[in-house]
Design a protein around this ligand. Structure first.
Ligand code: NDP
Length: 397
C-alpha cells in the first residue's frame, strides 16, 4: 500500500503519472498536484483511458510551503515526487521536512535570478533529513539519473577504476518546428547558454558556451552527429562518488537550425533572466519567450525519430585498460503510442517512477539526501529493462 504525490503536470509529470498507474501493485494510490488544475485533470483522464486507473488531482502552488504541508496532511502520501521546476525543489524539501515524508526529484535546485547548477543548496539538507528520519533522492531522471546509475553499475561490475567518463546525450528526433525545446524552455535555455565546464585532474575547466564540439558515431543506425560540451549537474556528484575519475565531461547534440535560432535569441536579449521594464511593468525576457514557444507536451504527436543517451567509459580492470559504452535508445513515436508523450519526457519520467519504486519497495532506503550513484545500481538497471528503457552494453576497442 503506497500513496505517491506527484507534483508538476507538465511533460514529465504526465509520463510519471501514466507509468505509476501501470504498476498498481507498487503505487496503490496516486495524487497529481500542480499549479493549473485543468492540466492535472487532462492527465488523469488520459491515465484512466489508457490504464483504467483513477488518480486524484489537486491545485497547488508548490512555492508555498504551508500550502504543500496542508495537502500532505490531507492526503498522507508515502512519497512526494517532484517533477515541477527546479525552483520548487527547496520549498518542497521544506514541506517534506515539516510533514515528515520522503522526497524525490529529477533536477537540482536553481535560484530563479541566477542560472547556477549546483547541489550545494540541496546537500545542505543532509543533516536535517537524517535527523527527521526521511530520505531525499536527487536527480532521478535520465541525465541526471540513469547516467549516474550506468556509471555506478560499470564501476561495480566492469572496472577496478573508471578514469575517463563521457556522458553523451543525442536527440536524433525531429518535431518539424522551426524552434522548440523538448522540456521546459526556460530551464533548457538557461542550461544551454551557460559556460561549459568539465572535470580534469581534480579541477573544473571552463569553456565558452557551446565552443567545444566532437563528432560521435551513434549506434543502431543513428550515425555520426556533432555533440557540444556543456556542464551538466550529474558531473558534480559523480566526481565525488566514483573513485579514481580523472576526467568527466558531458556532451549534447544540437542541430544547426536550433543553434542558429538560439544565437539570434541570445543576441537580441530574449534569453535574459533578469527583469526588464515593458509598458510600465517588469517582465523577464526568457519567461516571455517561454510563453510564445510551443509547450514541450504539445510536441508528442509531432516528434519522430529516436534519442540515444549513454556513458562512454575508459578505465582499468585486473591491470588491463578497457573501454565500455552503455546506452539506451528510445523512440519518440513508441513513447507517444504508450503514454502520449515524446521521448524526452519519457526518458525522464520512467526513471522518476523507478526511483520512487526503489524507495517504496525499500531497495533504496536510507535517511538523508542522496544522489543516484550512492545506491546499489543492480535493481534499478533491471527495472530499466523491464519498464521501457532497455540498455545495451558494448565493449569498445
Ligand atoms: P513543464 O514545464 O512541462 O512542466 C512543469 C510543471 O510544473 C507545469 O505543469 C507547471 O505548472 C508546474 N509548476 C511550475 N511551477 C509550479 C508551482 N510553483 N507550483 C506547482 N506547480 C508548478 O516541464 P517538464 O515536465 O518538461 O520538466 C519537469 C522537470 O523535469 C523540470 O524540473 C526539468 O528540469 C526536469 N527534467 C529532468 C530531466 C532529466 O533527465 N533529469 C530531463 C528533462 C526535464 P503550469 O503548467 O501551471 O505552469
Amino acid at each position: 500500500m503506497s500513496h505517491v504525490l506527484i507534483i508538476g503536470a507538465g511533460g514529465v509529470g504526465s509520463v510519471v503519472a501514466h507509468k505509476c498507474a501501470q504498476l498498481p501493485e507498487v503505487f496503490t494510490s496516486i495524487t497529481l498536484a500542480s499549479r493549473t488544475l485543468s492540466k492535472c485533470e487532462a492527465i488523469a483522464a488520459s491515465v484512466k483511458e489508457r490504464t483504467g486507473v483513477e488518480i486524484a488531482t489537486a491545485a497547488l502552488d508548490a512555492d508555498k510551503v504551508l500550502e504543500t504541508v496542508a495537502l500532505l496532511e490531507r492526503i498522507k502520501p508515502d512519497l512526494l515526487l517532484n517533477v515541477a521546476l527546479p525552483y520548487q525543489d527547496l520549498p518542497l524539501m521544506d514541506a517534506c521536512l515539516e510533514y515528515g515524508v520522503d522526497y524525490l526529484d529529477t533536477a537540482n535546485y536553481e535560484p530563479p535570478d541566477v542560472a547556477k547548477f549546483e547541489y550545494k543548496w540541496q546537500w545542505a539538507y543532509r543533516d536535517r533529513f537524517k535527523k527527521r528520519g526521511i530520505m531525499a533522492l536527487l536527480g532521478s531522471g535520465f541525465d541526471p539519473g540513469v547516467t549516474n546509475v550506468f556509471t555506478a553499475w560499470a564501476a561495480k561490475h566492469h572496472f577496478d577504476e573508471i578514469h575517463l567518463l563521457d556522458i553523451i546525450d543525442c536527440n536524433a528526433g525531429d518535431h518539424g518546428q522551426a524552434f522548440a525545446t523538448n522540456f521546459n524552455p526556460e530551464i533548457n535555455i538557461r542550461e544551454i547558454t551557460q559556460r561549459g565546464r568539465y572535470f580534469e585532474h581534480g579541477e573544473w575547466v571552463k569553456t565558452d558556451p557551446l565552443s567545444w564540439s566532437m563528432t560521435f558515431d551513434f549506434p543502431e543506425g543513428i550515425g555520426p552527429k556533432k555533440c557540444y560540451l556543456m556542464y551538466h549537474e550529474e558531473l558534480e556528484s559523480l566526481v565525488q562518488n566514483i573513485k579514481g575519475l580523472k576526467r568527466a565531461r558531458f556532451w549534447m547534440t544540437f542541430s544547426e537550425q536550433y543553434l542558429t535560432h538560439l544565437r539570434v535569441l541570445e543576441n537580441v536579449g530574449m534569453t535574459r533572466i533578469d527583469p526588464v521594464s515593458f509598458q510600465g511593468r517588469e517582465i523577464v525576457p526568457i519567461q516571455f519567450l517561454k510563453a510564445v514557444l510551443p509547450e514541450p507536451a504539445s510536441l508528442g504527436p509531432l516528434t519522430k525519430g529516436r534519442t540515444c543517451i549513454g556513458c562512454l567509459m575508459r578505465g582499468i580492470q585486473d591491470g588491463k585498460e578497457k573501454q565500455l559504452y552503455i546506452y539506451n535508445i528510445c523512440s519518440h513515436e513508441e513513447a507517444y503510442r504508450e503514454v502520449g508523450s515524446q521521448a524526452i519526457s519519457y526518458t525522464t519520467g520512467v526513471p522518476a517512477m523507478i526511483g520512487a519504486k526503489m524507495m517504496l519497495e525499500g531497495k533504496w532506503k536510507q535517511p538523508g539526501v542522496w544522489n543516484m550513484e550512492e545506491f546499489d545500481p543492480d535493481p534499478f538497471m533491471e527495472d530499466l529493462n523491464r519498464y521501457g528503457l532497455p540498455w545495451t552494453l558494448v565493449t569498445m576497442p
